[in-house]
Structures are given as C-alpha cells and as structure tokens.
Design a protein around this ligand. Structure first.
Ligand SMILES: *Cc1c(COP(=O)(O)O)cnc(C)c1O
Length: 494
C-alpha cells in the first residue's frame, strides 16, 4: 500500500513521503499527515524477536513507501550504530511498578536522538530521489534538546546547513553549552530574547513566507525543518513503541495482545502522537497518558475540549516541555475532525488570532484513548527523590513529570495494565535539578561539577556527551531579538 502525505490545511496538496520530508512544513502553515495509517504486517511475536534496527525497518517501510528497501536499511544502519552507548538502543528498566523506556542513550542524551540521528540520512536520500538542485537549510526552533540533536545529526553533512534558534534564558546550562560548542562550518546557533513558542512561531513564519523562500531560492537554497513538524521525525519515533512492546513480550512480562499503557512527558505533542500512530497500526496500547508540567495547556484541553494558550508561560525544571503551542496537536485535531482540512484550518486560524479554540463534543469523544495529567515542580522533585530513595534509580525532571502523572492515573483509575513511562532525557543533562531533588543540601555549584556527585550517587557513568563539552571552546555567541530572526538567516546564507 502506498502511503502519501496530505496537508492538514489543504486537502488538495498530497505529496510522496520523500517530498514531505524535504519540505518539512506543508503550504500555508499546514502539516503533512499520512493519507492512511498502515497496519503492522508482522505478528507481535515475530516483532518481539527483532533488534531495534530490524524493528525500525518493519515500521518505517510501511510509512516511507517511496524509499527502497536498500535505501531505508542504509539510513537505519547509519543512524542506530555506535553513536548509541548500548546495543539495544532503547533499554527498558523496571522500577516501582512501571517500565522506564530509556530513550537517552544517543549522542546528545535526550530522546530527540532517536529521530534526529536518522533524519539527515532520510533527507539526503530524499534530495537525491527528487533531484533537488539546492542546498538544504534546516531551520530549527528548540526548547533545548532538539537543537543539539539536530546539530549533531547535520554537522558536516554535505549539501545541508543548519540554523538553530533557542530561548536564551530558557534552557539548562548543559543544554546551552552543548549547542554553543557545536563545531562544523555549516552550523549556526542563535539565542533569541524570547521563549520557545516565539522561536517556533518565528521559524514557522519564515517557512510560510513565499517571498523569503524565493529570495533564498535565487541564492541556491531551500528551507526544511528538523522539528517534529517534519514527518521524517515522527515516523522514526513510532519505532520505539513497537520495540518496547516486543521487549515486554519477549521477556514474558506480557502475553501477546495484552494492552500496555504509554506515559509520555509531552511538550510539542510529537512523541505521544507517534504512540497514537503506533496504536492505530494495531499495537495493543491501552491508554495514551499525556503528561504536562505547569504549562498544562494539554491537560486542560483533554479535560474541557478548549485549547487556550492565553496564560502565563512558566519556566520550569523540565524546560523541554515549557511550551504553550503544541504544534503536533494539529495532526490529531485534523484526524478527529474527520480528516476535514477546512475545519482544522478554521481552528488553527482561531488559535493564531485569539490564542484559543474549542472542539465539538463529537471530536472530544474521539479523544477517549488519551488521559491528560500534570505534575508541578514541587511534586516533580518529590517523585525523583522518592524513586531514588526506594530503588536507587535516578530519573530526569521530564521523566519525573510523567512518573508523577502515572502515579495519579494509577490511583484514580485502578488500571492494572502494564505501563511504560517514556524516559526522555538522561538525569545528567539536568544535573542541577536532579541534585536538588536527591540531595537537597548539596553545595551549589555549576552543573558540570554536579555531574561527578550525581555519578557517585546514581552509580552510573557520566555520559560521554557531558565529558566532551566540559572544556570545549564556545563557537557560537549570536543573540538576537525575535524580529531579527530572518535577518540572521540572511546573514548566514550570504
Ligand atoms: C522534546 C522533549 C520532550 C517533549 O517531547 P514532544 O515530542 O515535544 O512532546 C520531553 N522531554 C524531553 C527531555 C525532550 O527533549
């Protein structure tokens, strides 16, 4: 079955998967969604015997149907290799009644590596396929983790340049250091005086400005995106849900067909949307548990059917989830609107104009597989501390937000199904917040010094990614206002 990709705001725009990956964002600000969600064509039992790479092929071949077997397998082999510090790529760890799916074993120690280590390969392959005669410029807005993972993926890749915008005061010290030490002539890192939503809107604006596209087109460039609005990010993220289910089955923790809940710490709604797609492929997922921090727009949305970003933006200890405009929710809205681009477009226009929209009761009914919850910063700290004291296992604040919501869900629902908590970052990436939780009396010093102490307490090696940047030279110092983003891009491409 051929799967193509349709614009959520214009049903007449339908493109092949390779084109959708190259373009990133559809025309008029829409996103690409698959014209159909393919069903898994291997049994769960068969899948449970597969490696991560084999599972990746089984999932991705169903979505990226204009890639050949050879092309896909090459991309997968290049992505999931020794860059990851474990052969299993995504290990499952049991602690206190749930399984933690550790997605932080890649080069930048956050789950963004799962997709961003393969996206550059998919994109270069797609460029060849479509005889693209322009250099690809990746424009990226980051809440902290996407930026470094995208830089690591695209640095030095011929035929591409990458520009990353991050909120100057909205990321952790280690996240910032990871980005500003990035080597590679084709990279540019820019701090903006604003928050993530402003960075993301600025990038989206450049994408949907035909005059700007034409201007850079004349210079031999075209834009693409490494954000989770790119379908080339989303599809590789479906893989680890299938893989996690396979591991549980292989290890006898569940029987074939048993439902498993997925608990996902959520910001831009990319990760949990991938879980939703996995469920629609036939993977027996029970509840999709959407965990927010104090920026709890999604919690309110699932409860009331009203999406309202008109509220105070809170800087929390889980900065990668400090987001009020969850871009990928648009893909879900489109689906529950009966795949009606006109309805979706109207709601997205309301969001842009008033910061708010409301879905119909019929649409709300389609959300029954989701459960929304949130964990505030005090609870997040308590969750990290309690788990550590009981088991010695240390989790990062994002994962702790999910663990906190899972705890509330389990108490409220009495649901006894096996649950997987998606662990999105290494605790070393947020050493300061983690140490505040597990050793509140620790001496205040910079995050790098704290990683040593964390190593002693957690009994886990300090990841290579932290060691590498400790003494690396700062290579990027550009800071700009939100309004200057386009000019910074022009300057870099000149
Ligand atoms: C990006 C990120 C998230 C949020 O993921 P979305 O796909 O944006 O919902 C959660 N945790 C960490 C550590 C992240 O980097």
């Amino acid at each position: 079955m051929e799967v193509r990709y349709r614009n959520t705001r214009d049903e007449n725009e339908v493109v092949a998967s390779s084109e959708a990956i190259l373009k990133g964002l559809a025309d008029g600000g829409g996103l690409y969604v698959p014209t159909a969600i393919p069903a898994l064509d291997k049994s769960l039992r068969e899948l449970s015997g597969m490696t991560y790479q084999e599972t990746a092929y089984e999932v991705m071949k169903l979505f990226l149907t204009d890639f050949s077997e050879e092309e896909l397998k090459r991309c997968i082999a290049c992505a999931y290799d020794e860059k990851f510090d474990t052969e299993t790529i995504a290990p499952l760890v049991y602690a206190e009644g749930a399984y933690y799916l550790e997605l932080f074993h890649g080069p930048t120690i956050a789950f963004k590596d799962m997709a961003l280590s393969i996206l550059p390969h998919l994109m270069i392959t797609a460029a060849k396929k479509n005889q693209l005669d322009k250099e690809i410029v990746i424009l990226t807005a980051t809440s902290g983790d996407t930026g470094k993972a995208a830089l690591a993926g695209f640095a030095g890749v011929k035929g591409t340049r990458i520009i990353v915008f991050y909120p100057k005061d909205g990321v952790s010290p280690i996240q910032e250091r990871q980005m500003v030490t990035q080597a590679g002539d084709n990279t540019l890192v820019v701090g903006i005086r604003g928050n993530f939503d402003q960075a993301q809107s600025g990038v989206k604006q450049m994408f949907s400005d035909p005059a700007f596209q034409e201007e850079i087109g004349r210079q031999g460039f075209c834009f693409s995106s490494a954000n989770s609005i790119n379908i080339g990010r989303l599809v590789p993220q479906i893989v680890y849900y299938v893989y996690a289910y396979g591991r549980l089955l292989a290890e006898g923790k569940i029987a074939e067909g048993d439902k498993v809940n997925m608990v996902v710490p959520t910001g831009n709604f990319g990760n949990i949307l991938a879980a939703y797609y996995a469920k629609r492929m036939g993977l027996p997922i029970g509840r999709l548990i959407c965990a927010s921090n104090e920026n709890k727009v999604l919690y309110d949305f699932f409860r009331t059917g009203v999406y309202d970003k008109n509220r105070e933006f809170v800087l929390t200890t889980s900065p990668s989830m400090d987001i009020l405009i969850s871009s990928n929710l648009e893909r879900l809205i489109y689906t529950i609107a009966g795949e009606d681009a006109a309805v979706n477009k109207k709601l997205m226009r309301e969001l842009a104009e008033t910061g708010r929209y409301e879905i119909t009761p019929e649409m709300q009914k389609e959300l029954r597989d989701f459960y929304g919850g949130f964990t505030d910063q005090t609870q997040t700290k308590e969750v990290i501390c309690a788990l550590y004291e009981k088991t010695g296992y240390v989790i990062d604040p994002h994962t702790a937000v999910a663990a906190g919501v899972y705890e509330q869900y389990r108490r409220k629902s009495g649901d006894g199904n096996v649950s997987v908590i998606v662990s999105t970052a290494s605790p070393f990436k947020f050493a300061g917040s983690v140490m505040d939780a597990i050793e509140p009396e620790h001496k205040r010093c910079d995050d790098f010094a704290l990683t040593e102490r964390l190593h002693d307490l957690a009994g886990v090696e300090v990841p290579r990614a932290v060691e590498e940047i400790k003494n690396a030279p700062i290579r990027h110092q550009t800071v700009c206002e939100v309004e200057q983003m386009a000019d910074v891009v022009r300057g870099f491409l000149r």
